[in-house]
Write a protein that binds this ligand. Sequence first.
Ligand code: ZN
Length: 674
Amino acid sequence: MKKTIPTLALGTMLTFGASAVENKDFNYIVDRFADIEVLRYEVPGFKNLTTSQKAMIYYLNQAAQTGRDIIWDQNCRYNLPVRTLLENVYTNYKGDRSSKDFKAFEQYLKQVWFGNGIHHHYSTDKFVPGFSQAFFTEQVNALPADKLPGGYASREAMMEELTPVIFDPAFMAKRVNQDGTQDVIATSATNLYGPGVTQAEVEEYYSRLKDPNDPTPVSYGLNARVVKEDGKIKEQHYQLNGLYGPAIAKIIYYLSKAREYAENDAQKNYIASLIDYYITGDLKKFDEYSILWAEDTKSEVDFVNGFIESYGDPLGMTGSWESYVNFKNIPSSRRTEIISGNAQWFEDHSPVDPNFRKPHVKGVSAKVITAAMLGGDAFPATAIGINLPNANWIRAAHGSKSVTLENITEAYAMASRGNGFNDEFVIDPATSKLMDDWLYITDMLHTDLHECLGHGSGRLMPGVDPDALKEHGSTLEETRADLFALYYLADPKLQELGILDNPEAYKSEYYKYLLNGLMTQLNRIELGKDVEEAHMRNRQLISKWVLEKGKKDKVVELVKKNGKTYVKINDYRKLRDLFGQLLKEVQRIKSEGDYAAGNKLVNDYGVKIDKKLHKEVLDRYSKLDIPPYRGFVNPVYTAVYDDNGNITDVTISYDEGYVDQMLRLSRDYSTLTK
Ligand code: ZN
């Protein structure tokens, strides 16, 4: 639960920081459809790596792409057959590719690729096809039998099952339902739970497994589908001889190949340990691996590969399969090393109750990385910062690794140049100028502070269940980390440490944060709906809270100019104090596991939307034509071998388009499709 996702596309120029861009003519924008823009990212520095590092990355990339089918199946049990069917219709279509039905079909397929299934990656709502059922049936009937998804008795049986999956809006309407007034398992389309399983049964099952006095609990449910067999609740594990075995076997193969090129013994050991876990599915072994991985801070090449983040589970337990392959950006890492090196100072001076501070902040290792490959749940949409492992006790005892994906952040910024956002939404030219000059660096610092310090700060009181905040756990954890970052962004300590040379620069991030939290992030939500996603709830919670608490002193206001609403910040110092006060309260809620207070805070500030303002934001946004969501295609890596089959070089190219990449991945990396 420790990842940072990008905020909205801002029209910010890159005016600070050593740009790593190697090619100034690099074409960042690849494709555009529905509410999505697909970008490509550059991998600066790749060609300067050693041959051994390149070979290791090559095999890790293979492992990253090999797990793709797993996330598709985790997201919904119909995703893989639907994908096969859609892709075969797409590639075999003989009619007019500019017809209205085909265009709508193509858009739907592009959306499904982006969502790793039939639900939107962010809202988790089911996509609505814009083509007719008659058109689709006709195309399917024209396909030869060997182009149909396997596992069905007949074409008719397949269509009977898959037609409502695509066309019935009420069937499997939402992948992750977090409405606590309903049974969140029974009403979610995710395949992390088998048919007929209820929330009460899952909660009862795990409450029996969990020992509240265990100081080193495993991450229960992390690699399991919970199913009902003969009326009994049981787990099916993701492991070599279990669920997803064929995909896991290939992942293990590529990890073993990568291990041959490991930089040092520590890295060899953690890869071996990860393989061991994939073979056995034993969560104790996952913890062993996580500790070895967290403690290896020397290796330049690094990766994540496994069942990690639990946002896809309505109960926040099972990990979605994902992979990041990366290497260290050494010049930029100096910034995060300074922050981490002073972690104890930040902890000791935070505005939270001293009882809830960590007396000894351990090993917050932070680095800036260059992403080389995004896979599984981290593809095509990705985080820009990651902080792992997630287990609280491992973080406390062994530290965690926190990373900022700078080449991804840079691609976002470069692709947003001159998109008109500031002109439309920022209150005056002076604030716009401040953002143009400082937002790129303060945004990265915000991510650094959030990841390196925010998530790692504070402690739970003895006996407090780490899951005590239940469905609000993710939101409040992100709230805490964001507040920590916001509070310290304005601290003179940053000038003293030499990582930000302008004491006014923080205002650019404060302005953007409130503008986003109060207004512009609403662009991601359909009119009439509530805020649901954890990071978005967190941002609105913080922004609305300071708006309300600062009302008396007019710290922040929403003002009208020419009929348009603007965020106006009158007192940045008092705003910082308010961030500090809220941080204090949120840390108390977390430390004491105060569900009632957390529930009230989220519901009072994080969920509901003023419909009039929402409509205004949507209208103003629509004129700008800025896509609310973005993701990436990966570069293509090609290995060069000698006569003995050893890798002598790995080349990288950036010219593959979105459709070609998706079709290639399905062709070359299908591990679970029948
Ligand atoms: Zn976070």
